[in-house]
Write a protein that binds this ligand. Sequence first.
Ligand code: SF4
Length: 400
Amino acid sequence: MSDEEALALADLGHGELGPLLERAAATRDRAFGKALTFSPKVFLPLTNLCRNRCDYCSFRRSPGDEGAWTMSPSEVEQELDRARASGCVEALFCLGDKPESAFGAYRQTLASMGQESTVEYLHFGGKLGLERGLLPHTNAGVLTREDMVRLKEVNVSLGLMLENVSDRLCQPGMPHHKAPDKRPARRLAMLREAGELRIPFTTGILVGIGETRRERIESLLAIRDLHRAHGHIQEVIVQSFRAHESTPMAEAPGPEDLEMAHAIAMARLILDDDVSVQAPPNLMKPGDVGWLLRAGINDFGGISPVTPDYINPRHPWPHLAGLAAACVAEGFTLGPRLPIYDRYLDEPGFLAEALRAPALEAKARLARGLALVSMSAPQNSSPLAPPSLQKRLPLAAEPS
Ligand code: SF4
């Protein structure tokens, strides 16, 4: 789809969406067939300290705030052990942005654990995951080239939501005004550098934070262009904004279903066929699976049998069996995948050589069906947070 055609589709009325969705679904079917995927993961929120203040976020804390945390190495190990026992293959490290640049107390915490920096702590945590057969994927906000070189040693992929390319969203009164790391140029630069470093990469857009449709489409076009230059974007998340109490955007409405359908369909039609399009099912309503599929998604992202979505703890993961049944009702299968897409396992330079054996071993485990068997157990009927963190859960938030 040309840039001109994509931008022209910004003006489609809700009543005109039918043909767009049909075209997106046909594109998905051609590229991915009727096979939907998800990644069985454990969510490790290494710290919720963050130097940014996005208007929609209730995840972030400053040191001393109620609910502020930094996971200790033993907490990390405890979670990794539970994950391996439950059939997970992905260790997702997700945390606030550049906390040591803003908080002396956090620098002291790192030092007390023998860590020089957050990146070194992530490297340490990544090794712990690999020792247990789990494949690390890290989203730590904006990273330098040197940070990414270091983390590529122990991560099969990295992530950073682009969210949007619009500088307008950083102006006074807009959601990213107090978030220096949300400047689009910084995020685009990191995505480009990740491509130069041949790092399989996950990114995405956040829908409903005050952006226009045109800005959304321009964001997708920017991601497509980066992928065409470097071939590293493995998946694009189309994430729905959800309002949370105690945030400046507590009263903001989330996007309507038809608006999300338009965004998903545009992602499918703009991005090249080798890029997966994903929507997190826990941020949608029960029963939304049908229209998500009709809009063109082929993936549900990470789903955890052992941890909540710490970023959105009031939005539990769907029960896997229920999700699978909903997919089957629409004529699709649902199966687990690795946090690195298969094509990067063999493409030269995209996977650190030392990670090849753990990745192939994890793939073999998935092929034997162990993850699906374990994840059929009820997930949301019992406390999901690790005991050490249960009292410290934030109310809700959106991701870095
Ligand atoms: S959304 Fe991410 S970058 Fe923004 S305040 Fe929250 S944790 Fe920090």
